[in-house]
Design a protein around this ligand. Structure first.
Ligand SMILES: *Cc1c(COP(=O)(O)O)cnc(C)c1O
Length: 223
Protein backbone atom coordinates (compact mmCIF):
# COMPACT_ATOMS: atom_id res chain seq x y z
CA UNK A 1 0.00 0.00 0.00
CA UNK A 2 1.22 3.48 -0.76
CA UNK A 3 2.03 5.92 2.01
CA UNK A 4 -1.35 7.65 2.19
CA UNK A 5 -0.61 9.42 5.48
CA UNK A 6 2.72 10.71 4.20
CA UNK A 7 1.22 11.91 0.92
CA UNK A 8 -1.62 13.58 2.81
CA UNK A 9 0.81 15.44 5.06
CA UNK A 10 2.76 16.50 1.98
CA UNK A 11 -0.32 18.05 0.34
CA UNK A 12 -1.53 19.67 3.57
CA UNK A 13 1.92 21.18 4.03
CA UNK A 14 1.51 23.04 0.75
CA UNK A 15 -1.89 24.55 1.54
CA UNK A 16 -1.99 28.08 2.91
CA UNK A 17 -4.14 28.78 5.96
CA UNK A 18 -7.79 29.01 4.96
CA UNK A 19 -7.61 26.47 2.15
CA UNK A 20 -9.32 23.18 2.94
CA UNK A 21 -8.54 19.80 1.46
CA UNK A 22 -11.20 17.50 0.03
CA UNK A 23 -9.52 14.10 -0.33
CA UNK A 24 -10.96 12.57 -3.49
CA UNK A 25 -11.33 8.88 -2.71
CA UNK A 26 -13.36 7.65 -5.70
CA UNK A 27 -12.31 4.17 -6.86
CA UNK A 28 -10.07 3.76 -3.81
CA UNK A 29 -10.75 1.11 -1.16
CA UNK A 30 -11.80 1.75 2.42
CA UNK A 31 -8.28 0.94 3.70
CA UNK A 32 -6.94 4.00 1.91
CA UNK A 33 -9.68 6.23 3.27
CA UNK A 34 -9.10 4.85 6.78
CA UNK A 35 -5.38 5.62 6.49
CA UNK A 36 -6.16 9.23 5.62
CA UNK A 37 -8.82 9.37 8.34
CA UNK A 38 -6.38 8.17 10.98
CA UNK A 39 -3.97 10.84 9.80
CA UNK A 40 -6.67 13.40 10.62
CA UNK A 41 -8.46 13.94 7.30
CA UNK A 42 -12.24 14.32 7.63
CA UNK A 43 -13.49 15.65 4.28
CA UNK A 44 -13.68 13.15 1.42
CA UNK A 45 -15.11 13.46 -2.06
CA UNK A 46 -16.79 10.82 -4.22
CA UNK A 47 -18.38 10.90 -7.62
CA UNK A 48 -20.60 7.82 -7.81
CA UNK A 49 -23.67 7.41 -5.68
CA UNK A 50 -23.52 3.62 -5.22
CA UNK A 51 -19.84 3.57 -4.36
CA UNK A 52 -20.39 6.39 -1.90
CA UNK A 53 -23.32 4.57 -0.30
CA UNK A 54 -21.17 1.50 0.40
CA UNK A 55 -18.42 3.62 1.90
CA UNK A 56 -20.78 5.63 4.08
CA UNK A 57 -22.16 2.43 5.61
CA UNK A 58 -18.75 1.06 6.55
CA UNK A 59 -16.60 4.10 7.39
CA UNK A 60 -16.56 6.44 10.43
CA UNK A 61 -19.70 8.50 10.94
CA UNK A 62 -17.92 11.81 11.34
CA UNK A 63 -16.59 11.89 7.78
CA UNK A 64 -17.93 14.85 5.80
CA UNK A 65 -18.77 13.59 2.33
CA UNK A 66 -18.73 15.87 -0.69
CA UNK A 67 -20.33 14.78 -3.94
CA UNK A 68 -18.19 15.92 -6.88
CA UNK A 69 -19.43 13.96 -9.90
CA UNK A 70 -22.29 14.32 -12.29
CA UNK A 71 -25.45 13.76 -10.24
CA UNK A 72 -28.62 12.49 -11.84
CA UNK A 73 -31.77 13.85 -10.24
CA UNK A 74 -33.07 10.34 -9.52
CA UNK A 75 -29.99 9.65 -7.36
CA UNK A 76 -30.35 12.66 -5.08
CA UNK A 77 -32.70 10.83 -2.73
CA UNK A 78 -30.02 8.28 -1.85
CA UNK A 79 -27.41 10.78 -0.74
CA UNK A 80 -29.73 13.40 0.76
CA UNK A 81 -29.75 11.89 4.28
CA UNK A 82 -26.04 12.41 4.85
CA UNK A 83 -24.23 14.36 2.13
CA UNK A 84 -22.46 17.48 3.46
CA UNK A 85 -21.95 19.25 0.18
CA UNK A 86 -22.89 18.71 -3.45
CA UNK A 87 -20.13 20.49 -5.37
CA UNK A 88 -21.47 19.64 -8.80
CA UNK A 89 -24.81 21.46 -8.93
CA UNK A 90 -25.28 22.61 -12.51
CA UNK A 91 -29.00 23.08 -13.09
CA UNK A 92 -32.11 24.46 -11.47
CA UNK A 93 -33.78 21.09 -11.96
CA UNK A 94 -31.09 19.43 -9.84
CA UNK A 95 -31.23 22.18 -7.22
CA UNK A 96 -35.00 21.75 -6.88
CA UNK A 97 -34.62 18.02 -6.43
CA UNK A 98 -31.97 18.57 -3.75
CA UNK A 99 -34.43 20.94 -2.05
CA UNK A 100 -37.20 18.34 -2.14
CA UNK A 101 -35.05 15.53 -0.75
CA UNK A 102 -33.29 17.69 1.85
CA UNK A 103 -36.68 18.88 3.11
CA UNK A 104 -37.75 15.27 3.72
CA UNK A 105 -34.79 14.88 6.07
CA UNK A 106 -35.23 18.32 7.58
CA UNK A 107 -31.70 19.27 6.53
CA UNK A 108 -30.02 22.05 4.62
CA UNK A 109 -27.62 20.76 1.98
CA UNK A 110 -24.69 22.93 0.95
CA UNK A 111 -24.18 23.17 -2.80
CA UNK A 112 -21.64 24.74 -5.11
CA UNK A 113 -22.51 25.98 -8.58
CA UNK A 114 -20.34 24.02 -11.01
CA UNK A 115 -18.96 26.32 -13.70
CA UNK A 116 -17.85 25.32 -17.14
CA UNK A 117 -14.85 27.47 -17.98
CA UNK A 118 -12.32 24.99 -19.38
CA UNK A 119 -11.92 24.78 -23.12
CA UNK A 120 -12.71 21.05 -23.12
CA UNK A 121 -16.11 20.11 -24.42
CA UNK A 122 -18.20 18.63 -21.63
CA UNK A 123 -21.87 18.44 -20.95
CA UNK A 124 -21.39 19.36 -17.32
CA UNK A 125 -21.17 22.67 -15.59
CA UNK A 126 -22.93 25.97 -16.15
CA UNK A 127 -21.48 28.47 -18.58
CA UNK A 128 -21.01 31.83 -16.89
CA UNK A 129 -24.00 33.19 -18.77
CA UNK A 130 -26.18 30.22 -17.83
CA UNK A 131 -25.15 30.71 -14.21
CA UNK A 132 -25.98 34.43 -14.35
CA UNK A 133 -29.38 33.53 -15.80
CA UNK A 134 -30.06 30.93 -13.11
CA UNK A 135 -29.28 33.42 -10.36
CA UNK A 136 -31.21 36.23 -12.03
CA UNK A 137 -34.32 34.04 -12.35
CA UNK A 138 -34.36 34.03 -8.56
CA UNK A 139 -36.15 30.73 -7.99
CA UNK A 140 -33.22 29.59 -5.83
CA UNK A 141 -34.23 32.16 -3.22
CA UNK A 142 -37.31 30.08 -2.41
CA UNK A 143 -35.31 26.95 -1.61
CA UNK A 144 -35.01 26.74 2.16
CA UNK A 145 -33.14 23.43 2.28
CA UNK A 146 -30.41 24.29 -0.21
CA UNK A 147 -27.66 26.73 0.62
CA UNK A 148 -25.46 27.97 -2.22
CA UNK A 149 -22.01 28.16 -0.65
CA UNK A 150 -19.90 29.13 -3.67
CA UNK A 151 -18.59 27.87 -6.98
CA UNK A 152 -16.64 24.87 -8.24
CA UNK A 153 -14.73 24.35 -11.47
CA UNK A 154 -12.09 22.26 -13.21
CA UNK A 155 -9.40 23.90 -15.29
CA UNK A 156 -8.47 22.59 -18.73
CA UNK A 157 -6.20 19.58 -18.63
CA UNK A 158 -3.20 21.24 -20.25
CA UNK A 159 0.46 21.76 -19.40
CA UNK A 160 0.32 25.51 -19.96
CA UNK A 161 0.29 26.90 -16.42
CA UNK A 162 -0.66 30.37 -17.57
CA UNK A 163 -3.79 29.02 -19.20
CA UNK A 164 -4.74 27.15 -16.04
CA UNK A 165 -4.06 30.24 -13.93
CA UNK A 166 -6.14 32.34 -16.33
CA UNK A 167 -9.10 29.99 -15.95
CA UNK A 168 -8.85 30.10 -12.14
CA UNK A 169 -8.76 33.91 -12.35
CA UNK A 170 -11.85 33.91 -14.56
CA UNK A 171 -13.64 31.78 -11.98
CA UNK A 172 -12.48 34.01 -9.11
CA UNK A 173 -13.68 37.17 -10.88
CA UNK A 174 -17.00 35.49 -11.57
CA UNK A 175 -17.24 34.56 -7.89
CA UNK A 176 -16.72 38.24 -6.99
CA UNK A 177 -19.36 39.31 -9.50
CA UNK A 178 -22.10 37.05 -8.18
CA UNK A 179 -21.05 37.54 -4.56
CA UNK A 180 -21.58 41.29 -4.97
CA UNK A 181 -24.84 40.93 -6.86
CA UNK A 182 -26.62 38.11 -5.04
CA UNK A 183 -24.75 37.04 -1.91
CA UNK A 184 -23.30 40.23 -0.45
CA UNK A 185 -25.18 39.67 2.81
CA UNK A 186 -24.41 35.94 3.05
CA UNK A 187 -21.06 35.25 4.72
CA UNK A 188 -21.72 31.56 3.98
CA UNK A 189 -21.24 32.17 0.27
CA UNK A 190 -17.47 31.85 0.41
CA UNK A 191 -16.15 28.74 -1.31
CA UNK A 192 -14.04 28.62 -4.45
CA UNK A 193 -13.42 24.94 -5.13
CA UNK A 194 -10.60 24.48 -7.61
CA UNK A 195 -7.30 22.66 -7.80
CA UNK A 196 -6.68 18.93 -8.39
CA UNK A 197 -3.52 16.82 -8.13
CA UNK A 198 -1.83 18.39 -11.13
CA UNK A 199 -2.84 22.00 -10.54
CA UNK A 200 -3.64 22.64 -6.86
CA UNK A 201 -0.31 24.44 -6.39
CA UNK A 202 -1.50 26.96 -9.00
CA UNK A 203 -5.03 27.02 -7.59
CA UNK A 204 -3.94 28.13 -4.13
CA UNK A 205 -2.15 31.11 -5.69
CA UNK A 206 -5.36 31.96 -7.53
CA UNK A 207 -7.84 32.24 -4.68
CA UNK A 208 -8.97 28.67 -4.19
CA UNK A 209 -10.51 28.00 -0.77
CA UNK A 210 -10.94 24.26 -1.31
CA UNK A 211 -8.78 21.87 -3.31
CA UNK A 212 -9.94 18.44 -4.47
CA UNK A 213 -6.97 16.13 -4.54
CA UNK A 214 -7.10 12.40 -5.25
CA UNK A 215 -4.16 10.88 -7.11
CA UNK A 216 -1.49 12.81 -5.23
CA UNK A 217 -2.72 11.28 -1.97
CA UNK A 218 -4.01 7.84 -2.93
CA UNK A 219 -2.04 7.05 -6.09
CA UNK A 220 -3.50 6.18 -9.48
CA UNK A 221 -7.09 4.99 -9.56
CA UNK A 222 -7.81 1.41 -10.64
CA UNK A 223 -11.04 1.57 -12.64
C1 LIG B 1 -11.47 12.89 -9.77
C2 LIG B 1 -11.71 14.33 -9.50
C3 LIG B 1 -10.79 15.11 -8.78
C4 LIG B 1 -9.44 14.58 -8.30
O1 LIG B 1 -8.57 14.41 -9.36
P1 LIG B 1 -7.03 13.99 -9.11
O2 LIG B 1 -6.38 14.32 -10.39
O3 LIG B 1 -7.01 12.52 -8.81
O4 LIG B 1 -6.52 14.82 -7.97
C5 LIG B 1 -11.13 16.43 -8.51
N1 LIG B 1 -12.31 16.96 -8.92
C6 LIG B 1 -13.21 16.25 -9.62
C7 LIG B 1 -14.47 16.91 -10.04
C8 LIG B 1 -12.95 14.92 -9.94
O5 LIG B 1 -13.85 14.22 -10.64
Amino acid sequence: MIDVAGNLRGVLGELPAGVRLVAISKYHPNEYIEAAYHAGQRIFGESHEQELQKKVETLPRDIEWHFIGHLQTNKVKYIAPYISMIESCDSMKLMKEIEKQAAKHDRVIEVLLELHIAEEATKYGLTLDACRQLLEDGEWRQLKHVHIAGVMMMASHVDDESQIAGEFDTAARFFDEIKAKYFADDPGFKERSWGMSHDYAIAVKHRSTMVRVGTKIFGPRVY
